[in-house]
Design a protein around this ligand. Sequence first.
Ligand SMILES: [Zn+2]
Length: 276
Amino acid sequence: MASGRRFLMIGAHPDDADIRFGGTAIQLAKAGHTVKFVSMSNGDCGHRLMHGKELAERRWLETQKAAAIFGIAEYQVMDHHDCELEATVENRKEVIRLIRHFRPDVVLSHRTCDYHADHRACAQLVQDAAYLVMVPQFCPEIPIPEVNPIFGCVFDTFTDPRPARPDAAVAIDAVHDQKNRALDCHVSQFYEWLAEEHGYHGVDFSSWCWEEKSAYLTKHWGMRFKVAADAARQTLKETYGDEAGSKVQFAEVFELSPYGRKVTLEEFRNLLLGKA
Ligand SMILES: [Zn+2]
């Protein structure tokens, strides 16, 4: 197995990479690869009571705790305001510099047809970087990479204009508990802001045992990976064999972008499995 591959997941908020790529990231890090999560916004709108700097600092601390449980190399949070991310030229340059500094083999982000304006802007910025990262006269202060990274998108359940294409699928059943333990670090989100969004008003989660918390996290933030596994059943069978592939319950699923380095589906799959 080749080791030392570098994976960069650029999400819009300080929990997006965790939810969409966390299980795969755990397995890649365990296999000796370098994984970095980025949140382009500081998350300073994600709460009913807290806001601004105080919330951004709290959320940064949550990302660092989660990073330790994921076992990843770094979790960077950029200082853009939540709900205000735009695909501007300045932000395009920031993403280009980020990629050129980290020199990833694989860059992942949202799709451009996501529900949240920040997700769409982030997706657009990363998609725009797929070609421009190799243009030497754009941000000339940082040299271009020797080879263009491979770009991909994380799974979502949106179907307009088309559903996510299951080009690669990674079974996460074996690390499901560890992923939930990392999500558990984002107290301001999963036990406060988003809990209230899901109708859990005034619930004291601190009195819940781990099994109850884990079941709650799976119910609200894990089930999409069951949907993903079913959507990617054929890919899972091709990846793990018919029998093992048909038994996978939860999978993180990825779409290969045509705009970065061109690789075969087999190479893309093997990279995400940590085998290439
Ligand atoms: Zn988000």
